[in-house]
Design a protein around this ligand. Structure first.
Ligand SMILES: [Zn+2]
Length: 349
């Protein structure tokens, strides 16, 4: 069995443990010499993007998606890019869709270091923190049967063949995901970062930066100053950001700190590689959203009223830019987002 499957014979030379790996889960883009973005194909059970940093003495991978089969699929691509072992895996934050594939790398590379911020380690190991961590695996397992029943019911009542086939794909993904979760072996960080630091990896300078609270209280940014590339996790994404475990007002200051850095390419937690200018769009969305919710609350609007008025008020500027992919679009998320902002920013004071 070849250790170097070429793209042409990839179909027939997979190791047996990778039979379930889906070659269509990621699109690999070279962002700078030896630095690759693995852009996840949008799926019902979402996968994070990953970054692959090839160095002279080992490969560094950032984030491992929602499930081992996705990490396995990406590892097939990594084998095409470098013969060096993966010796460091960084998780940008604790959410389920960024770390649940860790076990794949730990199994293949016993010397692997898994690196997160100190807060992320805390969040991974403390129950009830938010949508990720060891305890959240069981929460997903408990919630999925009802979700699967709902999908089955929706399939029966589907309005047309197209809708039915879309829901059938979702059902298939949900069932496969439940199976993977039941066998999941959660791999925790072996090394944590309490303040910003620099790794010198086989000739590359890789900065691990804590710029402030944003999407979570432990967001880690991975910055390659020479190549002018930054990996943001979900502190910057190209669709509607999830604010449930976030710090909306502090997030803006963290984006200000991000903008001070010199870079040309951002590998985001979700969505395509973006230019630096995307930070401005993303920050102004958060700023305008918070301002609008505060103003509506000051005018005495109820949350239900804001969910209509603020959503429509921001739509001309943000609906299009926040709806580029077939999931997490503006209208899918704006109502719940407004409610979250209200509770975190207005009601909290
Ligand atoms: Zn994510």
């Amino acid at each position: 069995m070849s250790e170097q499957p070429s793209r042409l014979n990839l179909c027939c030379s997979l190791p047996s443990d990778a039979k379930a790996a889906n070659p269509n889960l990621f699109e690999i883009q070279e962002v700078a010499d030896g630095i690759y973005a693995a852009i996840a194909t949008p799926q019902y059970k979402v996968n994070s993007n990953a970054a692959i940093i090839v160095t002279n003495d080992g490969t560094v991978v950032v984030d491992s998606h929602s499930k081992p089969s996705a990490a396995q699929a990406l590892h097939q691509h990594i084998r095409d890019l470098s013969q060096q072992p993966v010796h460091k895996l960084i998780n940008t934050h604790f959410h389920w869709d960024h770390w649940q594939g860790n076990e794949v790398y730990a199994k293949i590379f016993p010397e692997l270091s898994v690196i997160t911020s100190e807060r992320t380690r805390h969040n991974l190991t403390t129950p009830g923190i938010g949508v990720g961590g060891v305890a959240f695996i069981n929460q997903q397992i408990e919630a999925l049967p009802a979700e699967i029943d709902q999908l089955k019911n929706d399939i029966v009542h589907a309005a047309n063949a197209e809708e039915k086939s879309r829901l059938e794909t979702h059902l298939q993904q949900a069932e496969a995901f439940l199976e993977e979760l039941r066998g999941l072996n959660p791999i925790l960080p072996t090394q944590t970062v309490a303040q910003s630091m620099t790794l010198n990896e086989g000739g590359r300078e890789i900065q691990l930066l804590l710029l402030g609270r944003a999407h979570t209280d432990g967001d880690l940014f991975i910055y390659l100053p020479k190549e002018k590339v930054i990996i943001t996790g979900d502190a910057v994404v190209d669709w509607m950001p999830f604010l449930g475990d976030g710090y909306p007002e502090e997030w803006i200051g963290t984006l200000d700190a991000l903008e001070q850095l010199d870079f040309t390419h951002m590998i985001l937690g979700h969505g395509n590689v973006a230019p630096k200018s995307h930070v401005s769009f993303f920050r102004s969305y958060l700023t305008d959203l918070i301002d609008a919710v505060k103003r509506a609350a000051a005018d005495g609007a109820t949350v239900a009223e804001m969910q209509v008025a603020v959503a429509d008020q921001l739509a001309p500027q943000y609906e299009q830019g926040m709806s580029k992919y077939p999931l997490s679009r503006y209208r899918d998320r704006i109502e719940s987002t407004i409610e979250i902002v209200y509770h975190k920013v207005v009601h909290a004071h």
